[in-house]
Every structure is written in structure tokens, then in C-alpha cells.
Design a protein around this ligand. Structure first.
Ligand code: CTP
Length: 415
């Protein structure tokens, strides 16, 4: 069969500094009698006309030495992982991974694989899906040649996510989440045998550590519309394996879309998505999930705060609440927990009170400082805090508005 050459597509789709880099890297590999390939996502996306500059380069031979040789000639820095035979090279704003071509063996399901050096074919054979198991050679004599042992290009045309062998999901059940991500992101279908094996191997998700599942979930939250991935995960019983009380229904989709409308940093922060996903859990269920996913203290706090605010919905839903009451109900929680509640709350009034707190009330402070109060004769000690509190309340409720009025109020207090 004649070889397909993608040199032209590479030149058209990748920025010129990257082309320059991969050509020089190919020459450097040739000099060292190594073979160098770009693999995985960049190849897939090149054939799909999607922009992707996250280069993964596979080297037949020692990837670390090649990366170091290239870095030395390019004012680039490298970070090396000797145990995995990988190196990350950074220059300007670019980051490239160099990976020693390897053959993998899984000692038991869910374990990290044992790794031995191998050929590009071995390396492609250990990968997840046919569309991710293609490579393009970079050595000058073969520059641009596509290596596609599993007919990934054909599956791209057919829009199919297909595993390479029957043990793929039992070797590494995180691939179940990956299959869902690619299917929904690319608007593909999971191929029927692959789908059957997902259903068969769902229980293998139990063999995977919570840390790895959390990582998969974070990747889902980085997708353009994570609700689509979650809905598919729910349909396949994968979300249930995460926690049986999680749901991915219309409410979930609407709240995720609303989160993206909030003009937050792009992409929408994953703790906010997570808070919305957990919004309908009870405290016990939430604690189970926090423990399983080994969430950081900060993220766990966001989730606990979200539920704590949700518990106050009824109080916050009362119309005409004094601003000082709103302030006291809402003071002291994590930023994402407010947003999750303003989106998730079933009371419009409660949402409005949260918005008011975020935009105005939380910024209200007395003009007088503790030192000013001392000068006005307030005894040093807890009284200072009490008086500052009273001043803030009076300001919040519009009873005073200037420094002079604050001073007058302090003088009028019986201390
Ligand atoms: N890979 C795999 N099994 C996994 C994780 C990764 O086989 N559990 C392989 C795939 O070949 C994948 C490559 O490693 O293409 C790089 O992984 P990753 O960076 O996660 O994926 P990308 O293909 O770059 O896709 P994305 O666009 O999602 O980053």
C-alpha cells in the first residue's frame, strides 16, 4: 500500500515555529540514528482540521538524551522523568513531550503498567483508541509519512471511537471516561463492540484510584460542554459508578450553561462545575465523594460551602430582607459556592440576594478603623470589633453613609 504523506497538512496547519522545531528535531534524531514521530492527539486533530499544538513526540531510542541535545541547541529547558524515559521541553510559550517508544504490560487491572523500550509499533499498540494510535514520522527521509497500523484514519472518516483490543478497558478503565470525552467532543459514536466492552468493564472502574478518576473528571470539566459528557456517562452507568446519587439531567445541563454565561475566567473553573454537579447531594453523599476523589481542602471547602448556603435557601428566599441580614447569612464562604447557589437555587429571590451580596454588600466597610475608634474612646478589646460590626450594619441598611455620621453614631453608643 502506498504511504500517505502529511507534510503539506503539517505545514498548513501548524504554526511555523513548531514546524521549524519538528524538522530540526527530526534532523537531530537522524544524526543520532534514532527515529522520531509525532503521535496521538496532534495527528488525530491534524486529520480532522482541528487546531492542536500539544506535541507528543515518540522516539525509538533514548528520548531523554535526544530532548537534552535539542534543548542545548535551542535555549530551551527540559524536565526529565528518568523512570518513565520521558522529558518535557519548553521554549517560549511552547511545551513538547518526548517519550521513549515503549511496550507496556499491565500486572493487574487498574495498576500502572510496567514499561520496556519498544518500537513505534509497540508504542502505538499500547494506546487507547484507533484514532489516537497514529504517528507521523519526522526524520528527513520519511518526513510526513503517516503510520496507521489500526486504521485510525478510516475510523476518523466513520466518526468512530474504537479500542485496539478487548482488554483495553480492563487494563485501564479510565479509558471509559476518555471514550466518552472523545465521542462527545468530536461528535463521534463509540463503536458497537467498544460500547459492549464499556458496559462489560464498568465494574473495572473500581480498580482505579480516586486520584485518577478525579483527573478524568477534571478533563471532562475542561471540555467545551461538559454536560454532554456527563449525560453520556450517566446513560452508560459511568456517572453512577462515580456516585449513585449523581445525576446529569436537564437541570444539570442548564446550570452548566448558566455557569459559562457568568463571564468567569475561561475555561469555567472546574470547582464551580463540580459544585453544580454536587449541588443536589446530601451532606453524607458529599463527604463520600470528597473522600473517594481525594479532593483538595480548598475544593472540598467549596463543595461544603455550597451545601451550607443551599441550606439557607429558605431564609434567603424571604422577600425584603434587610441587607445586613443578607450579609450575615452569606458572609464567609468560598467564592465558587456563591456562584453555584446563585445559579442552582430554585428561589429567584434567594439568587437575587446572593447576587446583591456578591456585587455590593460584601464590599461594604465602615470608614472608621479600629484606631479611629480607640481615639473616640472605645475601649481596646472585643468592643472594637462589636462597634465595627454595628457600623457596618448601619451602613449596609443605609442608616448612615458618611464618616461623620459614623463618628456621631459611635459617640451615641453607650459603651
Ligand atoms: N493515551 C492512552 N491511554 C490513556 C491516556 C493516553 O492510550 N489512558 C495515549 C493516547 O494515544 C493519547 C496520548 O496518550 O492520544 C496522549 O494522551 P492525552 O494527552 O491525554 O490525549 P490527547 O490525544 O492529546 O487528546 P486531548 O486532545 O484530549 O488532550
Amino acid at each position: 500500500m502506498s504511504k500517505i504523506n502529511l507534510a503539506k497538512q503539517l505545514g498548513e496547519q501548524l504554526p511555523s515555529d513548531i514546524i521549524d522545531f519538528i524538522q530540526k528535531a527530526g534532523e537531530a534524531a537522524e544524526k543520532r540514528q534514532q527515529r522520531l514521530y509525532v503521535v496521538g492527539g496532534v495527528v488525530r486533530d491534524l486529520l480532522l482540521d482541528r487546531c492542536n499544538t500539544d506535541l507528543d513526540l515518540v522516539v525509538e531510542g533514548d528520548a531523554i538524551k535526544l530532548a537534552q541535545a535539542i534543548a542545548a541547541s535551542k535555549k530551551a529547558s527540559t524536565t526529565v522523568h528518568t523512570r518513565f524515559g520521558t522529558a518535557n521541553l519548553k521554549w517560549a510559550s511552547r511545551s513538547v513531550d518526548f517519550i521513549t517508544a515503549r511496550a507496556e504490560n499491565y500486572a493487574r487491572p487498574g495498576a500502572l503498567p510496567t514499561v520496556n523500550p519498544g518500537s513505534i509499533h509497540d508504542d502505538l499498540s499500547r494506546r487507547d483508541f484507533t484514532v489516537n494510535s497514529m504517528a507521523i514520522e519526522l526524520n528527513p527521509r520519511h518526513y510526513g509519512e503517516l503510520i496507521d497500523p489500526f486504521n485510525g484514519r478510516q475510523d476518523l472518516d466513520k466518526k468512530l471511537v474504537r479500542i485496539l483490543h478487548k482488554k483495553s478497558f480492563s487494563d485501564d478503565a479510565t479509558r471509559i471516561w476518555r471514550a466518552i470525552r472523545y465521542e462527545q467532543r468530536l461528535d463521534f459514536k463509540i463503536e458497537s463492540e467498544t460500547l459492549r466492552l464499556i458496559k462489560r468493564d464498568i465494574k473495572m472502574l473500581e480498580t482505579v484510584s480516586g486520584d485518577r478518576i478525579r483527573h478524568e473528571l477534571e478533563l471532562v470539566f475542561k471540555e467545551e460542554t461538559p454536560e454532554k459528557q456527563l449525560a453520556r456517562a450517566a446513560e452508560l452507568g459511568v456517572l453512577e459508578a462515580l456516585h449513585p446519587s449523581l445525576r446529569a439531567d436537564d437541570w444539570q445541563a442548564e446550570t452548566f450553561a448558566a455557569a459559562r454565561e457568568k463571564n468567569l475566567p475561561d475555561p469555567t473553573p472546574s470547582p464551580l462545575y463540580l459544585a453544580l454537579l454536587c449541588y443536589r447531594l446530601n451532606e453524607k453523599e458529599l463527604e463520600q465523594l470528597i473522600k473517594y476523589l481525594r479532593l483538595t481542602k480548598t475544593t472540598a471547602q467549596v463543595l461544603r460551602d455550597t451545601l451550607a448556603i443551599r441550606e439557607k435557601t429558605q431564609e434567603l428566599a424571604a422577600p425584603g430582607l434587610a441587607p445586613s441580614i443578607v450579609y450575615h447569612l452569606l458572609h464567609g464562604y468560598s467564592a465558587a459556592a456563591y456562584i453555584a447557589n446563585s445559579i442552582g437555587s430554585d428561589s429567584e429571590t434567594a439568587s437575587e440576594h446572593i447576587e446583591l451580596y456578591l456585587s455590593v454588600l460584601r464590599h461594604v466597610k465602615p470608614a472608621l478603623s479600629g484606631k479611629d475608634l480607640e481615639k473616640l474612646g472605645v475601649p481596646i478589646g472585643p468592643e472594637i470589633k462589636d462597634v465595627l460590626q454595628k457600623l457596618r450594619e448601619a451602613r449596609l441598611d443605609g442608616r448612615i453613609g458618611t464618616k461623620g455620621e459614623e463618628e456621631e453614631m459611635v459617640r451615641g453608643l453607650s459603651l
